[in-house]
Write a protein that binds this ligand. Structure first.
Ligand code: FMN
Length: 237
């Protein structure tokens, strides 16, 4: 059954009418669409998580552009619940590394269940996190769990994890597209990041993304990506 469309005032009594503007949309010829789709996929296929970074510097403008790209992500109720804290101060990076390695050491040597160890074995990761001091930028992504007004009162945010994850996906794609590389790092637990970076109580660190050039001779684990038939279904299975 399809229902008649309600008026705005019926659903939102007392709220001001939203402001609309024409959608800007450039329709492309089908051949051009195919060409672009293939080129974009080829480009993304070449992305790899890098764990060895060169110490070569990267301009702040490039990091800002990656963050601006991330900030174009859709978000639940347009709350944009992401904060990107870009760290370049060597002393601060050193402190982040020290705290992260402390937690990671405990994880790898005591806390890690066997199933998790088995999942990580093909990657060969360990508790020494050189990337946190080698990469010129370490971008820490925070999720705004709820909104905080200047007077200290709070308001609800929606789908914050999903929204921040989408934004980070765009950030990673932007970094790759501009000719740099990154690592999606999740030190566990990572509460120390909020304290070290002076973030407010409504934010929670979600990911750490060192950004830079790969170290000369950097290697990555040989991995296989799932085939289309394994990740895609059309209509009911
Ligand atoms: C949510 C998330 C958390 C991750 N955490 C870590 C991590 O803590 N340390 C690490 O070395 N790699 C981490 N990775 C990277 C994955 O291991 C990597 O993406 C995966 O092995 C596939 O490799 P690729 O990115 O080169 O395709 C993480 C990736 C994601 C998406």
């Amino acid at each position: 059954m399809t229902r008649p469309k309600p008026s705005f005032q019926e659903l939102y009594p007392g709220y001001p009418e939203p402001v609309f503007e024409p959608l800007v949309f450039h329709r492309l010829p089908p051949q051009e669409m195919q060409k672009r789709a293939e080129a974009f996929y080829r480009e993304l296929s070449a992305r790899r998580t890098t764990r060895h970074f060169s110490t070569e510097s990267v301009s702040r403008q490039l990091i800002e552009l990656a963050v601006l790209s991330a900030g174009t992500a859709p978000s639940g109720a347009h709350r944009q619940p992401w904060r990107f804290v870009a760290v370049q101060d060597p002393e601060l990076k050193r402190r982040i590394r020290e705290a992260a390695e402390e937690e990671e050491f405990r994880t790898y040597t005591a806390r890690m269940p066997e199933e998790w160890r088995a999942a990580l074995a093909p990657l060969g990761t360990d508790y020494v996190k050189e990337h946190l001091t080698d990469a010129p930028w370490v971008v820490v992504v925070f999720r705004e769990k709820f909104g905080l007004r200047p007077d200290g009162s709070t308001y609800k945010n929606y789908y914050t994890t999903e929204s921040v994850a989408i934004a980070v996906g765009l950030f990673i794609a932007a970094v790759h597209h501009m000719g740099l590389t990154t690592l999606t790092h999740t030190p566990n637990p990572m509460a120390f990041l909020g304290e070290l970076l002076g973030r407010p109580r409504n934010e929670e660190a979600m990911l750490v993304l060192p950004v830079g050039y790969p170290a000369p001779g950097a290697q990555v684990p040989r991995l296989q990506r799932k085939a289309l038939r394994e990740i895609f279904q059309v209509d009911a299975g």
